[in-house]
Design a protein around this ligand. Structure first.
Ligand code: ADP
Ligand code: MG
Length: 872
């Protein structure tokens, strides 16, 4: 039987434990992949598939990537949903006898990747762990390149929403029954669901003590919550299993309660285009595109967190608003802060690199430069009168000791690679300075020895040369040699035809120093660098706290800049349920179409007088824009930001819902209308009287009458049973009749001006309902061929006539039935008179000038009258 080669056997032994990973097997300067891994990787990475003898009949499929450029290949694989196990040679190949030892040193997955090429500075790269005990679900998540762990517990029913809020890159979970639901959310949000992760939830506490102090854990009440604790254990076990080391940047567990924040469901987040547009998934055109004027990566990430977690506590919101208020008009303070913040590097992630031991010397200098800027920031803020900001910045540790450590030791412009030397300042270490001197002066030193020997021997032609076999040597011609009493410290090395070569101990010593100096310098610099890194490692938590404060200062600076530049106002916050916005604008659209072209609009939803606004108006009038503007202004206020309006008083809202009718969601395999109804049903079940609900053209996805009827009854239900603030846009102008039926419903419409056959959009929201849909007008604006427009107008006129004829017919039927009644009661004068009156009433109706709803109302009255006559 054929046998595997020893190396291939080693490969299989290792691969055995990493079946679900692509194994990068280190062979010299390459990482090689074999068998199925090679087939997959060669396809995904578009590299050549070759093969290699493995001892069996068939060669092993193989492909490889160079070690030094591996990180981009790793990133590509991980981004394509593969896990990569890095298997290194763990002993020096030259010193080992037989097969070199190899070991997996790290497993890289979407949630644990730290390669710079993959990480987006402005995004967190969360790994999430979910533990369900069947009733409640514990969630923990962390960006290991940063370190803060967050955890909470949620109901099964809100798990999906929490996931789509956090948008982790990878999820591990304990429970098979979650798999189906999780897979759906993960597909929607492009999350890697790690299906082989239940083994990590074994529930041992030891791992916890490896990462955290006992005293820290003892004070952590959340550990009494078993599902949270289990999710934490799973998270830590998994991190350890992939990183194979404990790192000090993971040193903090933050518990939060998801009900401390405004609840935004997945649809709403998408529809409001908070961080990306619906259509192109681009940042441009989203809310963050307008809001994000941060200068640091930490600030950018924190701002995203603020947007995804609007506050619902009045005091916390007001703290932020007051802080902004201090900053908005301090133009030069903002300018100064901008300059400094621009030069602060991503120190949060630099901490991660220190922790994982992969910070390079250049990055260390970046940390030093950042510390310098942070000191400036502190000084700048101290000169201004902003109390809240001052309090914040006074908590900044100025990290002078760490600055000094780096400043004393690391060159200002060191190499990026820590094995290349050129890292440490000469003044930091005597040996380094000697070694550098030595290699710099190598030639001089040799020359010195040469002249010394010349004097000593009196031979002027004595020279020192170098060759690879003997190194440095002293060469003396035979003729000179004859006269010389050869010194006893000369060691004869080589005889040539005309000369003799010697070495001396002194020369060998220098030679060794010179030859090894480079190597020695590199080693020593590396050692010293590691020592310095270790000093910083012990202080990671201090740097992390500074990073957090800087992130806040950056966010506040950004929000105040946006507020100032775009004329936002400070909203008042109330808990009375009243919403009042004067001259509100849509923060994004106004930027896209230029502020001066945007028509501002008011919104007043007072919980006693009105909570449902029906907004009618033709397509393109600005209904959707208006409603989103109300939602976004409310949201901005809850983030603690100023808002695009001249005045705003915003009530605390527990949730904002939006639903836009008839948008396709084919990826879920449901019909458009089904999706629409599903979402409406979700809203109706979850909205409370403190919620804001935006319904945009709901009911559009089905036939007109179905649509109107559904829309009608949905509004009734909201009005009677929920009482949430509701904006309902519709081009079914028939719905305006609801205003008469329901007490707290009010009609608004977007004003348009008819100019002959054309319409002009005024974009102004006014009281009252629209009476037409203006569909053909809009089509005309869209430049449909004139022919089509004319023909459509013709058809419309016919249809309108037909509609009134239908009503005529029903009236005729009503009348007919009344004729019979007349026969029955013709003896009875009274009834005869009544009947005649009725006929008169019917015949005088001006049906051509009635809307269908008016006609229905009349019919209803007539029908009642007839019924009452029947009774007589
Ligand atoms: P509707 O929902 O009524 O069909 P939209 O809200 O989609 O209309 O608005 C259509 C377009 O009109 C928007 O893309 C925007 O360019 C413009 N628009 C909307 N509201 C305003 C406004 N208040 N001021 C200026 N332009 C507006
Ligand atoms: Mg619309």
């Amino acid at each position: 039987m054929k046998k595997l080669t020893p190396m291939m056997k080693q490969y299989f032994d290792i691969k055995q434990n990493y079946k679900d990973c692509i194994l990068f097997f280190r062979l010299g300067d390459f990482y090689e992949m074999f068998f199925d891994d090679a087939i997959i990787a060669s396809r995904v990475l578009e590299i050549t598939l070759t093969s290699r003898e493995c001892g069996l009949d068939e060669k092993a499929p193989m492909c490889g990537v160079p070690y030094h450029s591996s990180s981009s290949y790793i990133s590509t694989l991980v981004q394509n949903g593969y896990k990569v196990a890095i298997c290194e040679q763990t002993e020096d190949a030259q010193k080992s006898k037989g097969l070199v030892k190899r070991e997996v040193v790290r497993v890289i997955t979407p949630g644990t990747i730290m390669e710079d090429v993959t990480l987006n500075n402005n995004d967190s790269n969360y790994l999430m762990s979910i533990f369900s005990d069947g009733i409640s679900v514990g969630i923990s998540y962390v960006d290991i390149s940063i370190g803060d762990i967050f955890c909470t517990s949620v109901q099964n029913s809100t798990l999906k929403e929490e996931i789509s809020k956090i948008k982790p890159k990878e999820i591990i979970y304990n429970c098979e029954s979650l798999k189906f639901d999780l897979q759906v959310v993960c597909n929607q949000n492009n999350i890697f669901l790690n299906n082989n992760s239940s083994e990590f939830f074994c529930g041992k506490n030891d791992i916890m003590y490896k990462y955290f102090d006992r005293s820290y854990l003892e004070n952590l009440n959340i550990l009494n919550n078993l599902s949270i604790k289990s999710s934490l254990l799973g998270l830590l076990e998994y991190i350890y299993s992939t990183q194979k080391q404990i790192t000090s940047n993971i040193n903090n567990i933050n518990y939060y309660n998801s009900s401390d924040f405004m609840f935004l469901d997945t649809f709403t987040r998408k529809n409001l285009e908070l961080t990306e547009t619906i259509r192109n998934k681009e940042k441009k055109g989203s809310l963050i595109y307008v809001l994000d004027k941060t200068n640091t990566a930490m600030g950018a990430r924190l701002l995203k967190k603020y947007i995804s977690e609007p506050l619902i506590n009045k005091d916390s919101i007001e703290y932020r608003l007051n802080l902004l208020d201090e900053l908005v008009n301090e133009y030069s303070l903002r300018e100064d802060l901008d300059i400094e913040l621009k030069h602060v590097y991503d120190i949060e992630r630099l901490c991660g690199k220190i922790a994982f031991g992969n910070i390079n010397p250049k990055e260390m200098i970046n940390l030093k430069k950042s510390i310098d800027r942070i000191r400036n920031i502190k000084t700048i803020i101290s000169k201004y009168n902003s109390i809240n900001l001052k309090t914040l910045s006074s908590q900044l540790d100025d990290l002078s000791d760490l600055y000094d450590i780096i400043d004393k030791s690391i060159l200002d412009d060191p190499s990026a690679n820590l094995k290349d030397g050129n890292i440490i300042k000469e003044s930091y270490n005597d040996e380094i300075s000697q070694l550098r001197n030595l290699s710099r002066n190598a030639i001089n030193i040799i020359k010195e020895i040469e002249s010394k020997e010349r004097i000593r021997t009196g031979i002027k032609s004595l020279k020192i040369g170098f060759n690879k076999v003997f190194g440095y040597y002293i060469e003396i011609t035979h003729s000179n040699l004859k006269q010389l009493d050869i010194p006893d410290y000369y060691i004869r090395k080589q005889t040539l035809s005309n000369a003799e070569r010697f070495i001396t101990l002194e020369l060998k010593e220098i030679e060794e120093k010179i030859l090894n100096a480079d190597e020695r310098i590199k080693d020593l610099e590396y050692q010293l660098f590691v020592d310095i890194r270790n000093k910083l490692y012990k202080n990671i938590n201090r740097i992390q706290s500074v990073a957090k404060i800087i992130a806040q200062i950056d966010v506040f600076n950004s929000l105040s800049k946006v507020a100032y530049e775009n004329n936002y106002c400070k909203p008042q916050i109330n808990t009375l349920g009243n919403l009042e916005i004067i001259d509100g604008r849509h923060p994004v659209i106004e930027k896209l179409i230029k502020e001066e072209n945007f028509v501002p609009n008011d919104t007043i939803i007072n919980k006693d007088d009105c909570n449902v606004c029906i907004i009618t108006g033709p397509n393109m009038a600005g209904k959707s824009t208006y409603m989103r503007q109300v939602a976004l202004i409310s949201l901005l206020a809850h983030i603690g930001s100023f808002v695009p309006a001249t005045k705003a008083n915003i009530c605390i809202m527990d949730r904002i819902f939006t639903r836009v009718g008839a948008s396709d969601d084919l990826s879920q395999g449901q019909s458009t209308f089904m999706v629409e109804m599903d979402e409406v049903s979700y809203i109706l079940k979850n909205a409370t009287k403190n919620s804001l609900v935006i319904l945009d053209e709901v009911g559009r996805g089905t036939s007109t009458y179905d649509g109107i009827s559904l829309a009608w009854s949905i509004v009734e239900y909201i009005h009677d049973n929920i009482g949430c603030k509701t904006l309902f846009a519709t081009h079914y102008h028939e719905l305006t009749a609801l205003e008469n039926e329901l007490k707290r419903v009010k009609n608004y419409c977007v004003a348009v001006e008819e100019q002959g056959k054309d319409i002009v959009f005024l974009r102004k929201i006014i009281e009252g309902g629209a009476d037409k849909s203006y569909g053909i007008h809009v089509a005309k604006l869209a430049d449909l061929p004139e022919e089509i427009i004319e023909r459509a107008n013709e058809i419309l006129i016919k249809l309108e006539k037909k509609e009134s004829r239908d009503i005529n017919n029903s009236m005729y039927e009503v009348a007919l039935c009344k004729e019979e009644t007349e026969n029955m009661y013709k003896q009875l004068d009274l009834s005869h008179i009544n009947t005649m009156q009725l006929i008169k009433e019917i015949s005088s109706l001006d049906i051509a000038n009635m809307t269908p709803i008016q006609a229905l109302n009349v019919l209803y009255k007539l029908n009642n009258k007839a019924k009452s006559m029947e009774m007589i």
